[in-house]
Ligand binder design. Structure first.
Ligand SMILES: *[C@@H]1O[C@H](CO)[C@@H](O)[C@H](O)[C@H]1NC(C)=O
Ligand SMILES: CC(=O)N[C@H]1CO[C@H](CO)[C@@H](O)[C@@H]1O
Length: 378
């Protein structure tokens, strides 16, 4: 076991692709002092040139870039590399094959969301990870942020029965500037608002409905409008309705509405929106989470249960702040590192990931959202 000068245990990462999300992930992961581990990037694989690899390392200010081993084949990296966890962030139709290959090489893997195209594919990955005794986790980083954890562990148990949830993750990705050959319009790369954005909105429904009474919620309706005036029949304005126990969730997503698509990606993601992203309505209180629900820092609670209101019967407001340092993508990295170094291999969040993947499968059927069958093979 190795320890850095700061006394923290070193966790060595390999990047299976140099995607945009890999840039954000590693910039965040390698710069956060709040992390319990000393996370280091030690290997990358790319189909591009050595120059491109060096430029990527430089552009992303990767520490000790000179000692990062560059592979030009991800299979070779999985076979020969010396690292603790591989991070898989290719377009989602590739995850299944890459994740299975990583597990077969007895690698611990953090795979971007959605982990696979279908629940059946992820079930297979989970079974293989258990067989090989490795750690597998879907990179649903939002679940591991302080505000989400507080909501689940502290607040949800106090707001009474959750009866209704509104969950939206809409975000203007497709504007006039986006070329037709963008990944976001390419169904062979898994494009579509349900898989790209709905995975977050449905995760919030899952967080909110994970209470004893509401927990059997399932998709009862789904509908989509495809992206107008663009090729490919890509789902855009999609609505999914869940019902179960005595609770209902209305889950919405869009890659054209609302807002301006012109500012830089991360500026758009931090825009002020008039309405919250998520609203959880319980019998005692409601909780509103501002946009963007992918990175919550604030929970706005309105208490209206009889024991909570003032003498005049008026609702009581409470704002809970749980600030995130950096992007907050690194919180999940500490969670998977804990599992890797505990010597107790496990599939982290497997039930949660599977519930959301199953909802997406069903929503796709009901809304008529289809992909080439070969992307869904098990
Ligand atoms: C994109 O494709 C549509 C057809 O689906 C076409 O009408 C439009 O001109 C194309 N836009 C660009 C920028 O190529
Ligand atoms: C009350 C309830 O449904 N709790 C569930 C929340 O999710 C975890 C993980 O999937 C389950 O183990 C709980 O049973």
């Amino acid at each position: 076991m190795s320890a850095a000068a700061n006394g923290k245990r070193v966790c060595r990462w390999a990047a299976l692709s140099l995607s945009t999300i890999a840039s954000t992930f590693f910039q965040d992961l390698l710069s956060q002092e709040g992390a319990q581990y000393d996370h280091k990037l030690v290997a990358i694989s790319t189909t591009g040139s050595d120059e491109r690899a060096q430029k990527w390392l430089g552009d992303n200010k990767i520490p000790d870039a000179g000692s990062v081993v560059v592979y030009h084949s991800w299979e070779k990296m999985l076979k020969e590399g010396d690292f603790d966890i591989v991070y898989i962030s290719t377009p989602h139709p590739l995850h299944y094959e890459e994740t299975l290959a990583a597990i077969a090489r007895r690698r611990n893997a953090l795979v971007e969301k959605p982990a696979t195209m279908t629940a059946a594919q992820y079930r297979k990955c989970i079974a293989e990870a258990e067989k090989q005794k490795v750690v597998l986790m879907e990179a649903m980083w939002t679940r591991y942020l302080p505000a989400t954890r507080y909501l689940q562990e502290d607040l949800l148990p106090r707001i009474g029965d959750v009866r209704r949830v509104f969950s939206d993750f809409s975000f203007p990705i497709v504007g006039p500037e986006l070329p037709n050959d963008s990944r976001f319009l390419d169904k062979s790369a898994g494009a579509g608002s349900l898989l790209d954005q709905g995975v977050y909105a449905l995760t919030w429904a899952d967080v909110a409905l994970n209470t004893s009474k509401a927990s059997k919620a399932d998709v009862v309706h789904a509908h989509t409008h495809t992206v107008p005036q663009r090729p490919g029949d890509v789902d855009d304005i999609t609505t999914v309705i869940l019902a179960g126990g005595d609770a209902t969730a209305v889950v919405t997503m869009s890659m054209t509405l609302p807002g301006s698509s012109k500012p830089a990606f991360y500026q758009r993601l931090q825009a002020e929106k008039a309405a919250p992203s998520v609203r959880i309505e319980g019998s005692e209180a409601s909780v509103a989470i501002p946009f963007p629900c992918i990175r919550p820092e604030e929970l706005r609670v309105q208490w209206y249960g009889r024991d909570h209101v003032g003498e005049d019967g008026v609702e009581r407001e409470e704002v809970i702040r749980k600030p995130v340092s950096g992007w907050g993508i690194w919180y999940q990295a500490d969670v998977i590192a804990d599992a890797v170094f505990s010597g107790k291999p496990q599939t982290i969040g497997a039930d949660e990931s599977l519930r959301v993947l199953e909802w997406m499968d069903k929503a796709r059927k009901l809304a008529g959202i289809t992909y080439d069958a070969k992307l869904e093979q098990v």
